[in-house]
Write a protein that binds this ligand. Structure first.
Ligand code: G4P
Length: 294
């Protein structure tokens, strides 16, 4: 798995941690974007510490690609934390985006009341937007800002390089250039991040990643797997690897000597998953993280 990424992590985090701490002083709340297909794997492990109890709205983005029947569980799990609300959104179509300003105002109700009592009625809220790479941070900011992205502005409490983006909802978004890496300590997390495309294929072994995908599909989405790859017969006794080879054969991905072409099959499996062609799939299974379903 991508051990080289694990080595990059501390340096990037130190810079991001500094940026977040500097900007946190001037913000009322935090929007944390995660990927709805991997609601836990796309969480930054330091986010609770970094945001130091600021009211937080967790957005499960790319919900168009996730298994909707899994959403209630994850929404409940995430909102069990203090001062945290959670919404499923699809930044590509805009679904769920309209609820964001109301949720932010709900999270900041005390702050707004306190501003009002100090004679600052109608004061704009400032919200820091965070998320791991490729999770849809820019798409969300563009959506909320109506695509009119503001240039970097010189305002008190705002770090250089940080962009303040105004929206028409009485909310300003603080966009930091820092990179929030996810956690790679658990193998399942690294695999799910790689399957979803959050970790680039160039730094992973795509056959290992695709094999992990075969494992997730057979465990919860056997029907979708059979349908997409025309798999027939009993597969219960096949190892993940044997099933992977069977998929390659079924798709006609063969090499000259008659061996399955696992490289081509990997690319195809991952492309299908990332583009929703396999179906709506959630890759984080609570039991893989020791979380009981309630
Ligand atoms: P980032 O700033 O967090 O790095 O992410 P960014 O907004 O650049 O989005 C990363 C990719 O995810 C983009 O695809 C974007 O279109 C896609 N995306 C964002 N939100 C959603 C969503 O809700 N659903 C789906 N299905 N995709 C989403 P791309 O292929 O890199 O670029 P593009 O050509 O699609 O813009």
């Amino acid at each position: 798995m991508p051990t080289d990424i694990i080595q990059w992590y501390p340096g990037h985090m130190a810079k991001t941690g500094r940026l977040i701490r500097e900007n946190l002083k001037s913000v009322d709340a935090v929007i944390e974007i995660r990927d709805a297909r991997i609601p836990l794997s796309s969480k930054n492990p330091d986010i609770d510490k970094l945001t130091r109890g600021r009211p937080r709205l967790v957005l499960l983005n790319k919900s168009d690609l996730c298994d909707r029947s899994e959403l209630p569980f994850w929404l409940g799990h995430i909102t069990a934390a203090k001062n945290v609300m959670c919404l499923a959104v699809d930044c590509k179509t805009g679904e769920g985006i309209g609820s964001i300003p109301g949720k932010i105002k709900e999270l900041c109700a005390e702050k707004l009341a306190s501003y009002e009592s100090k004679g600052m009625r109608g004061r704009r809220l400032r919200v820091l937007v965070l998320g791991i790479p490729n999770v849809g941070k820019s798409t969300l900011i563009n959506r909320l800002a109506g695509r009119a992205k503001a240039k970097a502005e010189d305002r008190p409490g705002v770090t250089r390089d940080t962009q303040i983006v105004s929206t028409g909802y009485g909310i300003d978004l603080v966009d930091t250039p820092g990179i929030l890496w996810p956690a790679f300590d658990k193998r399942v997390t690294a695999e799910n991040l790689a399957i979803s495309g959050a970790i680039k294929d160039e730094v992973t072994d795509t056959e290992t990643v695709a094999l992990a995908l075969v494992n997730r599909l057979r465990r919860r989405y056997e029907g979708l797997l059979r349908e997409r790859y025309r798999i027939e017969g009993d597969i219960a006794d096949l190892s993940d690897y044997d099933l992977f080879c069977k998929i390659a054969r079924s798709r006609g991905f063969m090499m000259k000597g008659g061996e399955p072409d696992l490289n081509r099959c990997s690319a195809s499996l991952l492309f299908d998953l990332r583009n929703g062609k396999t179906g709506r799939i959630t890759l984080d299974f609570p039991e893989d993280f020791g979380i009981a379903r309630t």
